[in-house]
Write a protein that binds this ligand. Sequence first.
Ligand code: UDP
Ligand code: MG
Length: 320
Amino acid sequence: MKVITLVVPCYNEKEMLYTFFDEVTKIASEMRKVRFEFLFIDDGSKDCTLSLLKELKRQDERVRFISFSRNFGKEAALYAGLRSSTGDYVAVMDADLQDPPSLLKEMYRILENEDYDCVATRRATRAGEPAIRSFFAKKFYQVINKISKTEIVDGARDFRLMTRQMVDAILSMNEYNRFSKGLFGWVGFKTKWISYENVERIAGESKWSFGSLMLYALDGIIAFSTAPLIISSILGLVFCVIAFIMIFVVILKTIVWGDPVAGYPSLISILFFLSGIQLFGVGVLGQYLSKLYMEVKNRPIYIEKCTEKDFEGEEYAKSV
Ligand code: UDP
Ligand code: MG
């Protein structure tokens, strides 16, 4: 019997956890040919998510969980989940039911019967999203796909079902700055995309603000492209050439017409412009350097505080 591990990152999801679990177990019971393993990653939640997970574990032995010592972010949670998953297939899914669990059946059918290594989802439209957010999201995907060799699909969700082989490939990349949308694309393998309409979160709230999305986009660009470095070098070169031409023109003017002192405003404008470009170039360099710095430190991607195994004794004590 094949096993599907369902990796679910949870950060302050007390409102959603039971509803989510009810929904997925319903689907799991309809899929008779597979066994499920529910692997929840408590990403340092500040609410009672962890105690709810312990309770779920008592109710259903298929439940496993890992709890982090603090909030390490969804990417770290995904990594932890993939690492301790044991299934032949691994699904990644949000706890907020924005990823319809019913799709799991179709995904499993495709992996079993067709020649694919992964079934991934993307949203069909961006309806229901603020217009400005859609605009920047679209631009982000256009830019990153131009400057990066890795294909990053517009509107891709993290919700996907993968074979063990693909999961192992993703785990072989143990970089600290993890941008999953890129990692999934980078490892290759044959992926089938299915689209679905965007579903609103039923309860709880999204952890993403506009600012954090912007930073996330920047992380993605830096992790999967070195184009900004090349662009700033080219800009530097272009401005050198312009400066040489200007020097030549100034000398020529002085020789032909003499040298009246003029042009203070234009001088200041040029000064501002060029120092702006310089600072921008240094900033770009700094971004790469800071990522490099974090990689070199080689810190763990997450720190485990406890897992379901730590509570097995407790359960026993209760039943006695
Ligand atoms: N999440 C997490 N760590 C975080 C932020 C989010 O594990 O630091 C989880 C969250 O519990 C949810 C999933 O990641 O299961 C997606 O989060 P959210 O719904 O806020 O993102 P959105 O759907 O708005 O992209
Ligand atoms: Mg969500």
